[in-house]
Design a protein around this ligand. Structure first.
Ligand code: NOJ
Length: 559
């Protein structure tokens, strides 16, 4: 079905879109099984249209044994029954488009589920078979092949290899799985893999999908000899020589895959777009993926990981814009997602105490928290990120100011990161708790009354963050997002483009954008004056005697 004229004309939509991320398990449950679903998303399309977003990105909705919440895909061209049917998916696509909202799916090309037909065939076919060659099977090292083939480690803890039992009942080969044991990595040196994923892209593009978020995009290609890490960690330090190459992240060969994918996207009359999940810290290695014949966009994780400090943020913003300009790609501005601690809880911590490393709750637990301060900063961060040049991402619940749920009981935790690290890392469940829609009710409106319990327990005070509570509160975070998105749609200065920094003191981040727009953010302890000749369009906190309050941001108009 063609796109409605209202959005079809915007061919560069991905350069300035505000993309709202929907974690389908946690968004809205229509059938009462305690797990969100496609019809739940459909029921909330009026809410999304009212919020003013341009697109939704839906985390994997394909058939999956759910060993990693859907990132273990057993069939890339069907719908997981827990989420609904293909008819539901097609209805959602049509209805979203009618509401002026584009739809981005999540594609998982680094690994399949161990229940995928190809992996099952590989297990059955045995060592040396063409079926095994679609994955990364190797003999073990040491006596009896009892040691993993190399020293690579899983992102979820422990060695990145799992040993299989062969048909004769004896311990056999090992297969690579950089994530859970049920997520075998595929072999991107195999032509079948290229053909299979190209067909998958086309399958969904043909159904009207507007783009894909690409899971672990920097991981697809592995060192040809599977050489040991030998202590090498990742991301590489900023000053690492160019010839230092990690054996399984950001290998040069990965770019060939995305050139193929770009030509698939470009073969469509309507503008399809990719966004890569690429965890590389060095800008030039990120923007290498955004050359004109590769991906359209990538998540800006350096921005997400920056402490709430003006100098750090300014450094990240400046280097992001410069590096992206070098390849002609728009930047993206990301505050959260389903893998990291929610921004309201990250910013609640003393920023100088935050531990380095992956920014999930593990890096923040145990640090003193000031939730009111965290929310105040998250609201300022929202105005900052929505004012910066490029596209922006909003993870469902950010517009409600949702905090991380930090006290999920161990026996309710679902994330394989928790089990894989023997409980050392609490994992990512705290940012995946089902959303509150109403102030009361058994699941705060997530499921119909009388349903199964939500798949993760909600906090007892969840109702105060609900969309319903926000409706009655003129100062709500939801209202702030709505006004910001409406202004962003209206003001020609916002979206794609450029900015000019204004020096407004060490505690202030300030920039202008043409025509006539300014964004001022106060990181200090005292109110600061706003510039002469400006009027306030929107502020994340009440002004104090006409001055910008601490830990708040304002959007300004210059006459
Ligand atoms: C990144 C996804 O965002 C995360 O949720 C998942 O566990 C890993 N990739 C593995 O697919």
């Amino acid at each position: 079905m063609p796109l409605p004229a209202s959005i079809a004309a915007d061919r560069d939509w991905w350069r300035h879109a505000v993309v709202y991320q929907i974690y389908p398990r946690s968004f809205a449950d229509s059938n009462g099984d305690g797990v969100g679903d496609i019809n739940g998303i459909r029921s909330r399309l009026p809410y999304l249209a009212g919020l003013g977003i341009d697109a939704i990105w839906i985390n994997p909705w394909y058939p999956s044994p759910m060993k990693d919440a859907g990132y273990d895909v057993s069939d890339y061209r069907a719908i997981e029954p827990v989420f609904g049917t293909m008819a539901d998916a097609e209805a959602l696509l049509a209805e979203a488009h009618d509401a002026g909202i584009r739809v981005i799916l999540d594609i998982v090309p680094n690994h399949t589920s161990d229940q995928h037909r190809w992996f099952q065939a590989a297990l059955a076919a045995g060592p040396g078979s063409p079926e095994r060659d679609r994955f990364i099977f190797r003999d073990g090292r040491g006596p009896g092949g009892n040691e993993p083939p190399n020293d690579w480690m899983s992102e979820f803890g422990g060695p990145a290899w799992t040993r299989v039992t062969e048909a004769d009942g004896r311990p056999g080969q090992w297969y690579l799985r950089l994530f859970a044991p049920e997520q075998p990595d595929v072999n991107w040196n195999h032509p079948d893999i290229h053909a299979e994923f190209e067909q998958t892209l086309r399958f969904w593009f043909d159904r009207g999908v507007d783009g894909f978020r690409i899971d672990v995009a920097h991981g697809l290609v592995k060192d040809a000899d599977l050489r040991d890490l030998g202590g090498l960690t990742f991301p590489l330090p900023a000053d690492a020589p160019e010839d230092v190459q990690h054996p399984h992240w950001d290998q040069p060969g990965v770019h060939d895959v995305f050139r193929e994918w770009r030509s698939v996207a470009d073969s469509y009359a309507e503008p399809k777009a990719f966004c890569g999940e690429i965890w590389v810290s060095r800008d030039h290695r990120l923007t290498a993926y955004l050359r004109p014949d590769e991906l359209h966009t990538a998540f800006n994780f350096n921005f997400l990981q920056s402490p709430w400090r003006p100098a750090d943020l300014r450094r990240v913003i400046t280097s992001t814009l410069a590096s992206h300009a070098g390849v002609g790609a728009p930047a993206t501005w990301v505050l959260g997602n389903h893998d990291v601690c929610r921004p309201a809880s990250r910013y609640a911590r003393p920023q100088e105490l935050v531990r380095a490393g992956f920014p999930n709750l593990h890096s923040y637990l145990g640090l003193p928290a000031d939730p009111a301060l965290g929310l105040r900063r998250a609201r300022a961060a929202a105005l900052l990120s929505l004012a910066l040049p490029g596209a922006a991402y909003v993870y469902a619940g950010e517009e409600l100011g949702l905090p991380e749920v930090e006290d999920i009981p161990d026996d309710a935790r679902q994330d394989p990161m928790f089990a894989g690290t023997g409980g050392e890392n609490v994992g990512r469940d705290g940012c995946r708790v089902p959303l509150p829609w109403t102030t009361g009710g058994e699941s705060f409106g997530f499921s119909p009354e009388g349903s199964a319990a939500p798949w993760l327990p909600q906090s007892s005070d969840w109702g105060r963050y609900s969309a319903e509570a926000a409706e009655g509160d003129p100062a709500s975070t939801l209202g702030l997002y709505r006004r910001a998105l409406a202004l962003r749609a209206e003001l020609p200065a916002l979206g794609d483009g450029d900015l000019a920094w204004v020096e407004a003191g060490p505690d202030v981040l300030a920039f202008t954008r043409d025509p006539g727009f300014g964004c001022w953010v106060n990181f200090g302890d005292a109110p600061v004056a706003l510039p002469e000749g400006s009027s306030v369009l929107l502020a994340s906190h009440d002004l104090v005697g006409g001055r910008l309050a601490p830990d708040s941001a304002a959007w300004l108009q210059f006459a």
